[in-house]
Design a protein around this ligand. Structure first.
Ligand code: GDP
Ligand code: ZN
Length: 458
C-alpha cells in the first residue's frame, strides 16, 4: 500500500456545472475533514456515504464552495485505498482552489494515471483492465466504448485466466514425467502436450481473429473513396456523413492535404480519407485520383469504388476494378435513380454480389445497403449478436501472437522428437506471455510507459 495520499481534478477541465476533486490514500479522509464544514464530522463517516457541506480555508474559515463529499473506504474503492471525492460546482476557479487547499493539507498532486496505477498495484484490477481505462477515455464510438468498458470490467482477463490454468496443469504434468522418466510415458506425454497445447492454441487463434474486429472498433476502418470525376464520390461522402449524424472529428491530415472525417456506421467508426484525388479536380492527370491518393489506397482497410451507372464502363474504371479486386473493395454502383448504361456482367466477373452495392448518393437511397455490406465485410456474426468482449489492445495482441508461436513450436517439437524438457520451455513461454497481458511480473518501465498515457485525475 502507498504511504502518501494523492489528489487531482478527476473531471475534464473546462466549463461544466460540477467538477470533482479525487483524493486517495491513507490520509484522504483526514485531509478533507480539515477543510470540510458540515453537520457530521467526516472522520466518523461510514464508507460509501455522501455528505453535504462547505469547503473552507481552515486558516481564515473563508468558504470556497458548497460541495458534496463522497467517502469510499478501501478496499472497496477504485484504488482499493480510502478515497474521498469532492464534487464542487463553482466552475474551474473553485475546483482549482479546492484542489490547492487539499494539496496544502496532506496530499500531493497525482501523476497522470496514478489512481489507476494504484488500483493495479493494489491488486484491484489487472494490467489489461487498467489499459482498458485508457481506451475508455479515448473511445470515439459507442461500440468502442462498450468494448473498453467490458475490458475494464475484466473481460480480457476472464478469457486469459482459464487458458493459463490449463497450461499450468500441463506444465505440472510434463514436469512429473521429466522427474520420473522411468514411467516410460514419453509417448503419452507427447500426445498429451499436443492435445492440450492444441486446445489452448485454438482459443488463442479465436482471440486473435476477434481482435482484428476489436482493433477496427478502436481505431476505425480506414476508408478511401475512389472513382472517376462525377461518379458521385463527394455526394457519397456527404450522404454517409449526413446519414450518420455522429461526425466525430475533423482531423487535418499529417501528410499532404489529406483530410480525415470520421463517421460511425452502425457503431463502427469509418475513417474516411478525403484525398486530394477525392476532391474536385479538373486536372486530367488527377482525374481518377489514384495517383495522388496512391499512398492512402495502400493504407486503406476499405476501398469504396464508386461507379456511375448512368454511363458505360470507362477504361480507367476497368483498370481500377482489376487493380482493387483482391483488396477489401466494395463496388458502389451510384445513380440508380437514373437510367442504367453500365454493363454489370463485367463487374460481376471479378466481384461477388455481396461486394456490389447499388445506391443513389443524391437521393440517399441504399446507403443502408452499403452499411450492411461494410458490416458484413469486417464483422462476423458473433459481433453482430453483441459479443464485444474481445482483445483490442495492441500490446495484448502482440502477446497473443507470441503465445501462439510458442504453442505451435511446442506442438511441432513433439513431432520432431525434441526432448520433453526442451518442449517444456516453449510451453512455459506461452504461459508467461499470457501472464504478461495481465501484468504478471511487469517491470517498472512497462508500467511507466502504460500509465503515462493517462490524463491527469485518472
Ligand atoms: P465526384 O466528382 O465523384 O465527387 O462526384 P460528385 O459527388 O461531385 O457528383 C457529380 C454530379 O453527380 C453532381 O452533380 C451530383 O449531384 C451528381 N450525383 C451524385 N450522385 C448522384 C446520384 O445518385 N444520382 C444522380 N442523379 N446524380 C448524382
Ligand atoms: Zn467530388
Amino acid at each position: 500500500m502507498n504511504e502518501d495520499t494523492i489528489a487531482a481534478i478527476a473531471t475534464a477541465l473546462g466549463e461544466g456545472s460540477i467538477a470533482v476533486v479525487r483524493v486517495s490514500g491513507p490520509n484522504s479522509v483526514d485531509t478533507v475533514a480539515k477543510l470540510f464544514r458540515s453537520k457530521q464530522n467526516l472522520r466518523d463517516a461510514d464508507s460509501h456515504t455522501v455528505h453535504y457541506g462547505w469547503i473552507v480555508d481552515p486558516r481564515t474559515e473563508q468558504v470556497l464552495d458548497e460541495v458534496l463529499v463522497t467517502v469510499m473506504k478501501g478496499p472497496r474503492s477504485f484504488t482499493a485505498e480510502d478515497v474521498v471525492e469532492i464534487s464542487t460546482h463553482g466552475g474551474i476557479v473553485a475546483v482549482k482552489s479546492v484542489l490547492e487547499l487539499v494539496l496544502r493539507h496532506g496530499a500531493r498532486l497525482a501523476e497522470p494515471g496514478e489512481f489507476t496505477k494504484r488500483a493495479f498495484l493494489n491488486g484491484r484490477i489487472d494490467l489489461a483492465q487498467a489499459e482498458a481505462v485508457i481506451d475508455l477515455i479515448r473511445s470515439k464510438s459507442d461500440r468502442a466504448f462498450q468494448v473498453a468498458r467490458r475490458q475494464a470490467g475484466g473481460s480480457v482477463s476472464k478469457q486469459i485466466v482459464p487458458l493459463r490454468q490449463q497450461l499450468i496443469e500441463l506444465i505440472a504434468h510434463v514436469e512429473v514425467n521429466i522427474d520420473y522418466p522411468e514411467h516410460d510415458v514419453e509417448d503419452v506425454t507427447a500426445d498429451f502436450i499436443r492435445s492440450n497445447c492444441g486446445t489452448v492454441l485454438k482459443e488463442v487463434n479465436e482471440l486473435l481473429r476477434k481482435s482484428n474486429e476489436g482493433k477496427i472498433l478502436r481505431e476505425g476502418i480506414v476508408t478511401v473513396i475512389v472513382g472517376r470525376p462525377n461518379a458521385g464520390k463527394s455526394s457519397l461522402l456527404n450522404a454517409l456523413a449526413r446519414d450518420n449524424k455522429a461526425i466525430v472529428t475533423d482531423i487535418p491530415g499529417t501528410t499532404r492535404d489529406i483530410i480525415e472525417e470520421s463517421v460511425s456506421i452502425s457503431g463502427i467508426p469509418l475513417r474516411l480519407l478525403d484525398t486530394a484525388g477525392i476532391r474536385e479536380t479538373t486536372d486530367k492527370v488527377e482525374q481518377i485520383g489514384v495517383e495522388r491518393s496512391h499512398g492512402a489506397l495502400n493504407e486503406a482497410d476499405l476501398i469504396l469504388l464508386v461507379l456511375n451507372r448512368h454511363e458505360p464502363l470507362h477504361d480507367d474504371e476497368r483498370k481500377l476494378l482489376t487493380q482493387l479486386k483482391d483488396r477489401s473493395t466494395i463496388v458502389v454502383v451510384n445513380k440508380i435513380d437514373l437510367p442504367g448504361q453500365l454493363d454489370l456482367e463485367e463487374i460481376e466477373r471479378d466481384y461477388p454480389k455481396e461486394r456490389i452495392v447499388f445506391l443513389s448518393a443524391k437521393e440517399e437511397e441504399g446507403i443502408d445497403e452499403l452499411e450492411r455490406a461494410v458490416s458484413a465485410m469486417f464483422f462476423s456474426g458473433a459481433v453482430e449478436s453483441g459479443d464485444i468482449t474481445y482483445v483490442s489492445n495492441a500490446r495484448h495482441i502482440a502477446l497473443l501472437h507470441q503465445t501462439k508461436q510458442s504453442l505451435e513450436d511446442a506442438i511441432q517439437a513433439t513431432y520432431d522428437g525434441v526432448p520433453i524438457d526442451l518442449i517444456q520451455i516453449d510451453i512455459s513461454s506461452s504461459w508467461e506471455s499470457l501472464g504478461q497481458i495481465l501484468g504478471d511480473a511487469a517491470g517498472d518501465s512497462l508500467l511507466d510507459q502504460i500509465f503515462s498515457q493517462f490524463c491527469l485525475g485518472k
